[in-house]
Design a protein around this ligand. Structure first.
Ligand code: AOS
Ligand code: ZN
Ligand code: ZN
Ligand code: ZN
Length: 424
Protein backbone atom coordinates (compact mmCIF):
# COMPACT_ATOMS: atom_id res chain seq x y z
CA UNK A 1 0.00 0.00 0.00
CA UNK A 2 1.21 3.50 -0.81
CA UNK A 3 -0.16 6.85 0.37
CA UNK A 4 -0.65 9.35 -2.41
CA UNK A 5 0.30 12.93 -1.64
CA UNK A 6 -3.00 14.39 -2.86
CA UNK A 7 -4.88 12.40 -0.20
CA UNK A 8 -2.65 13.84 2.50
CA UNK A 9 -3.11 17.33 1.03
CA UNK A 10 -6.88 16.94 1.15
CA UNK A 11 -6.80 16.29 4.86
CA UNK A 12 -4.30 19.11 5.41
CA UNK A 13 -6.73 21.52 3.78
CA UNK A 14 -9.24 20.84 6.53
CA UNK A 15 -6.65 21.69 9.19
CA UNK A 16 -4.82 24.54 7.51
CA UNK A 17 -6.68 27.56 8.93
CA UNK A 18 -6.27 26.47 12.51
CA UNK A 19 -2.64 25.61 11.81
CA UNK A 20 -1.88 29.06 10.42
CA UNK A 21 -3.34 30.73 13.51
CA UNK A 22 -1.31 28.49 15.84
CA UNK A 23 1.86 29.04 13.86
CA UNK A 24 1.47 32.79 13.90
CA UNK A 25 1.12 32.75 17.64
CA UNK A 26 4.28 30.76 18.35
CA UNK A 27 6.32 32.34 15.52
CA UNK A 28 6.20 35.72 17.20
CA UNK A 29 8.47 34.63 20.04
CA UNK A 30 11.04 32.78 17.93
CA UNK A 31 14.25 34.25 16.58
CA UNK A 32 15.39 32.88 13.23
CA UNK A 33 12.16 31.02 12.59
CA UNK A 34 13.11 30.10 9.05
CA UNK A 35 16.39 28.52 10.08
CA UNK A 36 14.56 26.47 12.73
CA UNK A 37 12.00 25.28 10.18
CA UNK A 38 14.75 24.34 7.73
CA UNK A 39 16.53 22.26 10.37
CA UNK A 40 13.29 20.54 11.32
CA UNK A 41 12.54 19.78 7.69
CA UNK A 42 15.98 18.23 7.19
CA UNK A 43 15.70 16.04 10.27
CA UNK A 44 14.98 12.32 9.87
CA UNK A 45 14.82 9.41 12.25
CA UNK A 46 15.31 5.81 11.16
CA UNK A 47 12.54 3.31 11.80
CA UNK A 48 13.50 -0.10 13.22
CA UNK A 49 12.13 -2.94 11.11
CA UNK A 50 11.34 -4.87 14.31
CA UNK A 51 8.90 -2.23 15.57
CA UNK A 52 6.44 -2.51 12.72
CA UNK A 53 4.71 -5.58 14.10
CA UNK A 54 2.97 -5.54 17.46
CA UNK A 55 5.77 -7.36 19.24
CA UNK A 56 6.36 -5.19 22.24
CA UNK A 57 6.79 -7.10 25.44
CA UNK A 58 8.87 -10.19 25.02
CA UNK A 59 6.40 -12.37 26.85
CA UNK A 60 3.61 -12.67 24.37
CA UNK A 61 2.67 -11.74 20.84
CA UNK A 62 -0.78 -10.38 20.16
CA UNK A 63 -1.56 -9.63 16.59
CA UNK A 64 -3.18 -6.30 15.89
CA UNK A 65 -3.86 -7.22 12.29
CA UNK A 66 -2.47 -5.94 9.04
CA UNK A 67 1.11 -6.29 10.19
CA UNK A 68 3.90 -6.67 7.66
CA UNK A 69 4.54 -10.31 6.74
CA UNK A 70 7.75 -9.73 4.84
CA UNK A 71 10.63 -7.30 4.54
CA UNK A 72 8.88 -5.75 1.54
CA UNK A 73 5.81 -5.04 3.63
CA UNK A 74 7.92 -3.59 6.45
CA UNK A 75 9.46 -1.22 3.91
CA UNK A 76 5.98 -0.30 2.68
CA UNK A 77 4.96 0.57 6.24
CA UNK A 78 7.97 2.83 6.67
CA UNK A 79 6.91 4.37 3.36
CA UNK A 80 3.52 5.14 4.91
CA UNK A 81 5.16 6.68 7.99
CA UNK A 82 7.49 8.77 5.85
CA UNK A 83 4.70 9.93 3.54
CA UNK A 84 2.83 11.17 6.60
CA UNK A 85 5.62 12.84 8.57
CA UNK A 86 8.40 13.37 5.98
CA UNK A 87 10.86 12.60 8.79
CA UNK A 88 11.40 8.86 8.53
CA UNK A 89 13.37 8.35 5.37
CA UNK A 90 15.23 5.21 6.40
CA UNK A 91 14.82 1.78 7.90
CA UNK A 92 17.19 -0.13 10.16
CA UNK A 93 17.26 -3.88 9.48
CA UNK A 94 17.92 -6.65 11.98
CA UNK A 95 19.54 -9.79 10.55
CA UNK A 96 18.37 -12.60 10.42
CA UNK A 97 14.89 -11.33 11.36
CA UNK A 98 15.17 -9.56 8.01
CA UNK A 99 16.86 -11.37 5.18
CA UNK A 100 17.33 -9.08 2.19
CA UNK A 101 17.68 -11.99 -0.21
CA UNK A 102 17.11 -9.98 -3.34
CA UNK A 103 19.02 -6.84 -2.41
CA UNK A 104 18.54 -4.97 -5.68
CA UNK A 105 14.75 -5.28 -5.73
CA UNK A 106 14.55 -4.47 -1.99
CA UNK A 107 16.68 -1.41 -2.62
CA UNK A 108 14.55 -0.37 -5.59
CA UNK A 109 11.35 -0.66 -3.55
CA UNK A 110 12.85 1.47 -0.78
CA UNK A 111 14.11 4.19 -3.07
CA UNK A 112 10.77 4.33 -4.86
CA UNK A 113 9.31 5.29 -1.47
CA UNK A 114 12.10 7.80 -0.79
CA UNK A 115 13.80 5.53 1.72
CA UNK A 116 17.30 4.27 2.32
CA UNK A 117 18.89 1.80 4.72
CA UNK A 118 20.28 2.96 8.02
CA UNK A 119 22.52 0.85 10.28
CA UNK A 120 22.19 -2.92 10.01
CA UNK A 121 21.94 -4.84 13.28
CA UNK A 122 23.48 -8.20 14.01
CA UNK A 123 21.86 -10.75 16.29
CA UNK A 124 24.01 -13.05 18.40
CA UNK A 125 21.57 -13.05 21.30
CA UNK A 126 19.38 -15.84 19.97
CA UNK A 127 20.18 -19.22 18.49
CA UNK A 128 19.00 -19.76 14.94
CA UNK A 129 17.70 -23.20 13.93
CA UNK A 130 20.61 -23.99 11.59
CA UNK A 131 23.50 -22.74 13.70
CA UNK A 132 26.31 -24.95 14.93
CA UNK A 133 27.23 -23.40 18.30
CA UNK A 134 24.87 -21.99 20.93
CA UNK A 135 24.97 -18.47 22.33
CA UNK A 136 23.64 -19.65 25.67
CA UNK A 137 26.84 -18.43 27.36
CA UNK A 138 27.47 -15.46 25.13
CA UNK A 139 28.84 -14.75 21.68
CA UNK A 140 31.75 -12.35 21.08
CA UNK A 141 32.95 -12.78 24.67
CA UNK A 142 32.55 -16.57 24.77
CA UNK A 143 35.21 -18.74 26.44
CA UNK A 144 35.20 -21.01 23.36
CA UNK A 145 36.91 -19.56 20.31
CA UNK A 146 34.67 -21.54 17.95
CA UNK A 147 31.60 -19.75 19.29
CA UNK A 148 33.33 -16.39 18.97
CA UNK A 149 34.29 -17.24 15.39
CA UNK A 150 30.71 -18.09 14.52
CA UNK A 151 29.48 -14.79 15.98
CA UNK A 152 32.21 -12.87 14.14
CA UNK A 153 31.23 -14.51 10.85
CA UNK A 154 27.60 -13.58 11.44
CA UNK A 155 28.57 -9.92 11.92
CA UNK A 156 30.62 -9.99 8.74
CA UNK A 157 27.67 -11.50 6.89
CA UNK A 158 25.50 -8.65 8.23
CA UNK A 159 28.03 -6.12 6.93
CA UNK A 160 27.85 -7.81 3.53
CA UNK A 161 24.06 -7.56 3.44
CA UNK A 162 24.37 -3.92 4.46
CA UNK A 163 26.87 -3.18 1.71
CA UNK A 164 24.44 -4.49 -0.90
CA UNK A 165 21.72 -2.21 0.49
CA UNK A 166 23.84 0.92 0.86
CA UNK A 167 23.96 0.94 4.67
CA UNK A 168 26.97 2.61 6.24
CA UNK A 169 27.02 1.21 9.77
CA UNK A 170 26.81 -1.98 11.77
CA UNK A 171 25.09 -1.83 15.17
CA UNK A 172 26.27 -4.40 17.64
CA UNK A 173 24.30 -5.16 20.74
CA UNK A 174 25.49 -8.11 22.80
CA UNK A 175 23.50 -9.86 25.45
CA UNK A 176 26.82 -11.35 26.63
CA UNK A 177 27.23 -11.28 30.37
CA UNK A 178 26.74 -13.42 33.43
CA UNK A 179 23.92 -14.28 35.78
CA UNK A 180 25.91 -15.27 38.84
CA UNK A 181 29.07 -14.12 40.61
CA UNK A 182 31.98 -16.32 39.69
CA UNK A 183 30.48 -17.30 36.34
CA UNK A 184 32.83 -15.10 34.34
CA UNK A 185 36.32 -13.70 34.39
CA UNK A 186 35.41 -10.07 33.57
CA UNK A 187 38.79 -9.19 32.13
CA UNK A 188 38.96 -12.21 29.85
CA UNK A 189 35.38 -11.65 28.72
CA UNK A 190 36.23 -8.05 27.86
CA UNK A 191 39.43 -9.03 26.06
CA UNK A 192 37.64 -11.70 24.04
CA UNK A 193 35.00 -9.15 23.09
CA UNK A 194 37.65 -6.66 22.03
CA UNK A 195 39.50 -9.26 19.96
CA UNK A 196 36.27 -10.37 18.26
CA UNK A 197 35.22 -6.80 17.56
CA UNK A 198 38.66 -6.10 16.13
CA UNK A 199 38.16 -8.81 13.50
CA UNK A 200 34.72 -7.40 12.66
CA UNK A 201 36.19 -3.89 12.58
CA UNK A 202 38.84 -5.03 10.10
CA UNK A 203 36.07 -6.28 7.79
CA UNK A 204 34.33 -2.87 7.66
CA UNK A 205 34.46 -1.02 4.35
CA UNK A 206 36.36 2.28 4.48
CA UNK A 207 33.26 4.44 4.72
CA UNK A 208 31.55 2.29 7.37
CA UNK A 209 31.22 2.61 11.14
CA UNK A 210 30.57 0.13 13.91
CA UNK A 211 28.25 1.32 16.65
CA UNK A 212 28.65 -0.35 20.02
CA UNK A 213 25.55 -0.49 22.18
CA UNK A 214 25.75 -0.92 25.96
CA UNK A 215 23.19 -2.10 28.48
CA UNK A 216 23.50 -2.61 32.25
CA UNK A 217 21.35 -5.72 32.66
CA UNK A 218 18.88 -8.05 30.95
CA UNK A 219 18.94 -10.79 29.83
CA UNK A 220 21.89 -11.22 32.18
CA UNK A 221 21.30 -10.04 35.73
CA UNK A 222 24.71 -10.05 37.37
CA UNK A 223 27.01 -8.53 34.74
CA UNK A 224 26.85 -7.40 31.15
CA UNK A 225 30.13 -7.50 29.25
CA UNK A 226 29.41 -4.14 27.58
CA UNK A 227 27.46 -2.78 30.51
CA UNK A 228 27.84 0.97 30.34
CA UNK A 229 29.14 3.84 28.26
CA UNK A 230 32.58 3.55 29.85
CA UNK A 231 33.01 0.00 28.64
CA UNK A 232 31.62 0.82 25.22
CA UNK A 233 33.87 3.87 24.91
CA UNK A 234 36.87 1.84 26.04
CA UNK A 235 36.22 -0.63 23.22
CA UNK A 236 35.54 2.13 20.70
CA UNK A 237 38.78 3.93 21.60
CA UNK A 238 40.82 0.75 21.33
CA UNK A 239 39.23 -0.20 18.01
CA UNK A 240 39.80 3.12 16.26
CA UNK A 241 38.12 5.94 14.38
CA UNK A 242 35.38 3.85 12.80
CA UNK A 243 34.01 2.72 16.17
CA UNK A 244 31.74 4.74 18.42
CA UNK A 245 29.24 4.38 21.24
CA UNK A 246 25.52 3.97 20.61
CA UNK A 247 23.22 5.32 23.31
CA UNK A 248 19.92 3.50 23.80
CA UNK A 249 17.95 5.65 26.22
CA UNK A 250 16.47 2.61 27.98
CA UNK A 251 19.90 1.16 28.70
CA UNK A 252 20.61 3.10 31.87
CA UNK A 253 19.88 2.49 35.50
CA UNK A 254 17.04 4.67 36.78
CA UNK A 255 17.81 8.40 37.04
CA UNK A 256 21.14 8.19 35.21
CA UNK A 257 22.09 11.59 33.82
CA UNK A 258 22.01 10.57 30.15
CA UNK A 259 22.42 14.13 28.87
CA UNK A 260 25.80 14.38 30.59
CA UNK A 261 26.94 11.11 28.99
CA UNK A 262 25.81 12.37 25.60
CA UNK A 263 27.62 15.66 26.05
CA UNK A 264 30.96 13.99 26.80
CA UNK A 265 30.67 11.34 24.08
CA UNK A 266 30.00 14.11 21.59
CA UNK A 267 33.01 16.05 22.89
CA UNK A 268 35.18 12.98 22.27
CA UNK A 269 33.81 12.45 18.76
CA UNK A 270 32.55 9.07 19.95
CA UNK A 271 28.80 9.49 19.92
CA UNK A 272 27.58 7.06 17.25
CA UNK A 273 23.94 7.91 17.66
CA UNK A 274 20.79 6.84 19.44
CA UNK A 275 18.21 4.22 19.97
CA UNK A 276 15.38 6.44 21.15
CA UNK A 277 12.67 5.15 23.45
CA UNK A 278 11.39 5.95 26.92
CA UNK A 279 11.29 4.01 30.14
CA UNK A 280 9.99 4.02 33.67
CA UNK A 281 11.98 1.08 35.04
CA UNK A 282 14.49 -0.48 32.67
CA UNK A 283 14.72 -1.29 28.97
CA UNK A 284 10.98 -0.76 28.61
CA UNK A 285 11.14 0.35 24.97
CA UNK A 286 8.13 2.62 25.47
CA UNK A 287 7.15 5.30 23.01
CA UNK A 288 9.68 8.14 22.92
CA UNK A 289 8.59 11.04 25.13
CA UNK A 290 5.79 9.09 26.80
CA UNK A 291 7.34 9.05 30.28
CA UNK A 292 10.01 11.72 30.55
CA UNK A 293 9.90 14.27 27.74
CA UNK A 294 11.91 16.76 29.81
CA UNK A 295 14.89 14.39 29.84
CA UNK A 296 14.58 14.05 26.08
CA UNK A 297 14.66 17.83 25.76
CA UNK A 298 17.73 18.06 28.00
CA UNK A 299 19.48 15.47 25.82
CA UNK A 300 18.67 17.46 22.70
CA UNK A 301 19.83 20.62 24.38
CA UNK A 302 23.27 19.01 24.84
CA UNK A 303 23.19 17.68 21.30
CA UNK A 304 22.42 21.00 19.66
CA UNK A 305 24.96 22.88 21.78
CA UNK A 306 27.64 20.22 21.31
CA UNK A 307 27.07 19.79 17.59
CA UNK A 308 27.05 23.51 16.93
CA UNK A 309 30.28 23.90 18.91
CA UNK A 310 31.89 21.18 16.80
CA UNK A 311 30.38 22.41 13.52
CA UNK A 312 28.47 19.17 12.98
CA UNK A 313 25.48 18.79 10.67
CA UNK A 314 22.55 17.99 12.95
CA UNK A 315 20.74 15.72 10.56
CA UNK A 316 23.61 13.60 9.25
CA UNK A 317 26.49 13.64 11.73
CA UNK A 318 25.19 10.84 13.91
CA UNK A 319 22.66 8.00 13.72
CA UNK A 320 19.10 8.85 14.74
CA UNK A 321 17.09 5.72 15.33
CA UNK A 322 14.12 4.54 17.32
CA UNK A 323 14.20 1.33 19.33
CA UNK A 324 10.71 1.18 20.77
CA UNK A 325 7.63 -0.89 20.23
CA UNK A 326 4.65 -2.06 22.19
CA UNK A 327 1.75 -4.37 21.71
CA UNK A 328 -1.09 -2.25 23.00
CA UNK A 329 -0.80 0.33 20.22
CA UNK A 330 -0.99 0.31 16.47
CA UNK A 331 2.73 0.10 15.60
CA UNK A 332 2.50 2.79 12.93
CA UNK A 333 0.74 5.22 15.27
CA UNK A 334 3.28 4.38 17.97
CA UNK A 335 6.18 5.17 15.65
CA UNK A 336 4.53 8.36 14.44
CA UNK A 337 4.24 9.44 18.08
CA UNK A 338 7.90 8.63 18.72
CA UNK A 339 9.08 10.64 15.74
CA UNK A 340 6.89 13.59 16.76
CA UNK A 341 8.26 13.48 20.31
CA UNK A 342 11.84 13.53 19.00
CA UNK A 343 11.10 16.45 16.70
CA UNK A 344 9.42 18.37 19.51
CA UNK A 345 12.45 17.93 21.79
CA UNK A 346 14.75 18.92 18.92
CA UNK A 347 12.71 22.05 18.14
CA UNK A 348 12.66 23.05 21.80
CA UNK A 349 16.43 22.65 21.96
CA UNK A 350 16.84 24.75 18.81
CA UNK A 351 14.98 27.67 20.37
CA UNK A 352 16.99 27.77 23.61
CA UNK A 353 18.58 31.19 23.94
CA UNK A 354 22.17 29.89 23.82
CA UNK A 355 23.87 33.22 24.34
CA UNK A 356 21.76 34.05 27.40
CA UNK A 357 22.34 30.54 28.78
CA UNK A 358 26.11 30.83 28.39
CA UNK A 359 26.04 34.21 30.13
CA UNK A 360 23.94 32.83 32.96
CA UNK A 361 26.36 29.91 33.34
CA UNK A 362 29.37 32.20 33.39
CA UNK A 363 27.69 34.41 36.00
CA UNK A 364 26.66 31.40 38.11
CA UNK A 365 23.09 32.64 37.76
CA UNK A 366 21.51 29.30 38.43
CA UNK A 367 17.90 30.46 38.58
CA UNK A 368 18.20 32.30 35.29
CA UNK A 369 19.83 29.30 33.59
CA UNK A 370 16.86 27.18 34.61
CA UNK A 371 14.41 29.86 33.43
CA UNK A 372 16.08 29.94 30.02
CA UNK A 373 15.90 26.17 29.54
CA UNK A 374 12.35 25.90 30.77
CA UNK A 375 11.23 28.84 28.67
CA UNK A 376 12.14 26.80 25.63
CA UNK A 377 10.78 23.55 27.04
CA UNK A 378 7.43 25.11 27.88
CA UNK A 379 6.97 26.56 24.42
CA UNK A 380 4.38 24.69 22.40
CA UNK A 381 6.47 24.03 19.30
CA UNK A 382 3.99 21.66 17.67
CA UNK A 383 2.98 24.24 15.03
CA UNK A 384 6.66 24.39 13.97
CA UNK A 385 6.76 20.62 13.47
CA UNK A 386 3.50 20.79 11.53
CA UNK A 387 4.78 23.60 9.33
CA UNK A 388 8.04 21.78 8.56
CA UNK A 389 6.07 18.67 7.64
CA UNK A 390 3.70 20.68 5.45
CA UNK A 391 6.59 22.31 3.58
CA UNK A 392 8.04 18.86 2.89
CA UNK A 393 4.74 17.55 1.57
CA UNK A 394 3.75 15.67 4.72
CA UNK A 395 0.73 15.79 6.98
CA UNK A 396 0.01 18.60 9.43
CA UNK A 397 -1.09 15.97 11.91
CA UNK A 398 0.28 12.56 10.90
CA UNK A 399 -1.72 10.47 13.36
CA UNK A 400 -5.06 12.07 12.67
CA UNK A 401 -4.39 11.71 8.96
CA UNK A 402 -3.45 8.04 9.44
CA UNK A 403 -6.76 7.47 11.22
CA UNK A 404 -8.76 9.63 8.87
CA UNK A 405 -7.48 7.73 5.86
CA UNK A 406 -8.20 4.40 7.59
CA UNK A 407 -4.76 3.12 6.67
CA UNK A 408 -4.86 0.24 9.14
CA UNK A 409 -8.19 -1.00 7.76
CA UNK A 410 -6.65 -1.09 4.31
CA UNK A 411 -3.63 -2.96 5.61
CA UNK A 412 -5.86 -5.51 7.36
CA UNK A 413 -7.81 -5.98 4.15
CA UNK A 414 -4.56 -6.60 2.29
CA UNK A 415 -2.75 -8.72 4.86
CA UNK A 416 -5.38 -10.20 7.13
CA UNK A 417 -6.01 -10.08 10.85
CA UNK A 418 -3.73 -12.83 12.09
CA UNK A 419 -0.35 -11.41 11.21
CA UNK A 420 2.56 -11.65 13.59
CA UNK A 421 5.70 -10.14 12.18
CA UNK A 422 9.11 -11.62 12.91
CA UNK A 423 11.25 -10.06 15.58
CA UNK A 424 11.29 -9.78 19.35
C1 AOS B 1 18.46 -4.65 23.19
O1 AOS B 1 18.09 -4.43 24.36
C2 AOS B 1 18.91 -3.59 22.33
O2 AOS B 1 18.20 -2.42 22.58
C3 AOS B 1 19.13 -3.83 20.84
O3 AOS B 1 19.17 -2.62 20.17
C4 AOS B 1 18.31 -4.85 20.13
O4 AOS B 1 19.02 -5.26 19.01
C5 AOS B 1 16.96 -4.35 19.65
O5 AOS B 1 16.24 -3.82 20.72
C6 AOS B 1 16.12 -5.44 19.04
O6 AOS B 1 15.75 -6.37 19.99
ZN1 ZN C 1 18.64 -0.72 21.33
ZN1 ZN D 1 17.26 -2.48 24.47
ZN1 ZN E 1 15.36 -0.50 24.44
Amino acid sequence: MQLEKYIIDEHNNELIDKHRRNLEQVAEGINGLDAVLKKLAAFNIAIPSWALGTGGTRFGRFSGGGEPRSLEEKIEDVGVIHALNRSSNSISLHIPWDIPENASSIKALASQLGLHFDAVNSNTFQDQPDQKHSYKYGSLHHVDKAVREQAIQHNIEVINYGVQLGSKALSVWLSDGSNFPGQLNFRKAFQNTLESLQTIYDALPDDWKVWIEYKPFEPNFYSTTIGDWGQSLLLANKLGGKAATLVDLGHHLPNTNIEQIVSLLLMEGKLAGFHFNDSKYGDDDLTVGSINPYQLFLIFNELVEGMDTRGMNHSTAIGWMIDASHNVKDPIEDLLQSVQAIKIAYAQALIVDKKALTDAQNNNDVALAQEILQDAYRTDVRPLIAEASLRMGGALNPISTFRRLKVRDQLIKERGTQTVATGL
